[in-house]
Design a protein around this ligand. Structure first.
Ligand code: FES
Length: 319
């Protein structure tokens, strides 16, 4: 993954506890192109913490990348570093954009954002508006004061397609998800990004209403809670070389592989981004990620070795 140095050309308080950063190339050259739903890795402390942030600006822009960051009190240091340490004029390292949450062509698109999950959703709305797509966007937030990019959306060409829903507002403006996605429709795709509870609510509702897994796309921010008390050791075999490695009960597969010179790309290392996705040729993975869908988990032919484990004594990996 190519690394880029970019400079912070603007930093704006967009809402309570939410800042946006505008990043531009150091030499004035266009930045690598990106598609709606893409994210970048941002080195939030020099040589230290790296975090993933979705790009929120119009994907036809190459003079800048824009990200939005919520100050998370439960942060492991990433969002606090962005809020408190990174300033306009700084040069920071980022990765090229990657997309695991891309738009698929559809006759109709429903975009659902919860809180700071608005960032990739806003990027999608900008793209769909530009290509004159048939879409609607629902943006749920705790209050107007905590609703980032409200003004930008209000001034956008697609404002009439956006519905704001506030937790502290009247009942009649709250999201009525069962009506919004009432009838499964093979021509419609749904995209959701936000806190885990919000995404799980959307996925559960869509499933109950009969929507196919493949039509409901989601992007989580953070890892799922895991009970690791029953974890045991197992082995993985590298199909191309025949090497077999012991994976201790308390060590991620990717760490053992890295220590032994077997390269698997990783980014979030908590089952969210899909960077480490690896094909499984034999054995049954114990999926611990939020990246694959239920049906992809059930197929057991790929998994995320940064956080997942094995249900069988041996996993053979297509590496
Ligand atoms: Fe992100 Fe494994 S590195 S899912």
């Amino acid at each position: 993954m190519r690394q880029l140095s970019v400079k912070v050309v603007n930093k704006v308080l967009e809402a309570e506890d939410i800042v946006s950063l505008e990043l531009a190339s150091v030499d004035g050259q266009p930045l690598p192109a990106f598609s709606a739903g893409s994210h970048i890795d941002v080195e939030v402390t020099p040589g230290g913490l790296t975090r993933q942030y979705s790009l929120l600006n119009d994907p036809s822009e190459q003079h800048r990348y824009m990200i939005g960051v919520l100050r998370d009190p439960a942060s492991r240091g990433g969002s606090i570093a962005v809020h408190d340490s990174i300033k306009v004029g700084d040069t920071i390292n980022i990765s090229e954009p990657r997309n695991h949450f891309g738009l698929v062509q559809a006759k109709r698109t429903v975009l659902l954002a919860g809180g700071i999950g608005v960032t990739p959703i806003l990027c999608m709305a900008r793209r769909l508006s530009k290509i004159d797509g048939n879409f609607e966007m629902h943006y749920c937030a705790r209050s107007p004061e905590r609703t980032a990019f409200r003004e930008a959306i209000s001034k956008s060409a697609f404002v009439d397609k956006v519905h704001f829903h506030y937790d502290n507002g009247a009942d009649d403006q709250k999201l009525k998800l069962e009506s919004v996605i009432a009838k499964p429709d093979p021509e419609t795709h749904i995209y959701v990004c936000g806190p885990t509870g919000f995404i799980d609510y959307v996925l559960g509702t869509a499933k109950n209403l009969g929507w196919a897994d493949s039509q409901v796309h989601r992007e989580y921010f953070g890892a799922a809670e895991q009970d690791t008390s029953g974890d045991v050791s197992f082995q993985v075999k590298i199909a191309s070389t025949g090497q077999v490695f012991d994976i201790p009960a308390d060590t991620p597969i990717t760490r053992v592989l890295e220590d032994n010179g077997v390269f698997v790309p990783v980014s979030c290392e908590e089952g969210v981004c899909g960077t480490c996705l690896t094909r499984v040729l034999e054995g049954t993975p114990d999926h611990r990620d939020l990246y694959l869908t239920d049906s992809e988990h059930a197929a057991n032919d790929q998994f995320t070795p940064c956080c997942s484990r094995s249900k069988t004594p041996l996993l053979v990996l297509d590496i």
